[in-house]
Write a protein that binds this ligand. Sequence first.
Ligand code: HEM
Length: 429
Amino acid sequence: MAELIDGDIDADRRRRADEALFEVFASARGLADPNPSYRTLREETPVHLSGFGGVVLSRYDDCRSLLRDNRFGNGENSPGSAFGSGDPEAIAYRREMEARRSESRPESMLFLDPPDHTRQRSLVSRAFTPRRVEGLRDRVAELAEERLDDLAEAGTGDLMTLLAEPLPVSVISEMLGVPQSDWPEIRSLVTDVVVTLEPSANLDELKKAEVASQALWHYFTELVAERRADPQDDLLSALIEARDEHDKLSEGEILAVANLLFGAGAETTTNLIGNGINALFNHPEQLDRLWADPELVPSAVDEILRYDSPVQIDGRSCLEPAEAYGVRFEPGDRVLTLLGAANRDPEHFDDPETFDIARGREGRAEPVMSFGSGIHYCLGANLARVEGQEVFAGLIRRFSSIEPAGDRPYRQRLVLRGLDTCPVTVTPR
Ligand code: HEM
């Protein structure tokens, strides 16, 4: 069990920090805006041995150094199970589900430690080069354009269902080589599966996720067999071909990677788009500024990632006895990094509570923490940025204005933060 090296901190501070965490994890106010709680944690107990189990880090430097520290790993670390849902049945079901999967399927890189992680990531990144991603930009713009057509035709509608949800799944499907006729089915399976990332997932959601995960696995098993027989110019064929001097990816690893790309790249990018529109609606002067100066789009996308990160929580488990941040860790101890809190650390960002879409212009800003750090740094960061940039550039090109048309509640999620609905009205140019 993790313990402070220099004795305990005072009970009041510890209680306030636990209350702040409780607010983030379990209250409507915290879900709507976790930032006041993040601030309490960062200022009062930045290294917090929480009453929920696990050490919680909220400062930028601490989060970055933990994520880069190889004494801590992901192998035993499922973000969804870091804190239980509170329902013993759901917790037991999750354990069984994870045990079943680890017996029957190879893990994807996200849940591997070196040397297995190093080998798989290096083989996959060969097929995932920045050039390949940049080469996708025009196609991403076309796919965005199709969704913008839907939005233009509707005039008023939910930006999430019309644009933010379908686009990222289409992009990954296109990249992997999933035929367009299968995209709607894949999208609904992916939506059901990613809920396992959430500690709050209930029994029904977990059961649904399990069925969807098997269906997705089965789907890709068949598609891999097709591509093996008849390779195409797509990522799935490239993954089948990818090899280094020793070895190539096994069949199971290819399937695990295909699943991971959807799990890691779909809802996250959906939330980048939704959280971005939300931040702009909440700061109309920044919305007007962006529409008046579309060159600000790349910087605006990074500011959206910083200001309202699509991934709020990352973490690791301790792999060997370690001392860090004034804490003595034992193997198995959990550490959570609050990425959203790190992104508002005044030690790294001037005036961090201000949403300023020009912050990143001319390289003025620090890198955001939203994509993590170290060996698991998001493999899709460039792709996510390209998608975000093409969506906002497309919205500006197509519409002279975009306005809110109703409430924009957040989903009841902790790890992947995003809107449930986002009603908008657009005026075509
Ligand atoms: C705004 C959108 C996105 C955000 C905020 C995001 C965030 C993250 C974060 C925080 C991690 C690190 C997890 C860890 O440290 O354990 C990660 C890993 C990963 N992401 Fe993303 N991601 C986004 C989009 C994407 C996209 C579009 C893809 C691909 C299609 C993708 C693929 C991956 C993969 C494969 C990993 C695992 C890397 C590894 O374990 O080495 N992500 N992402």
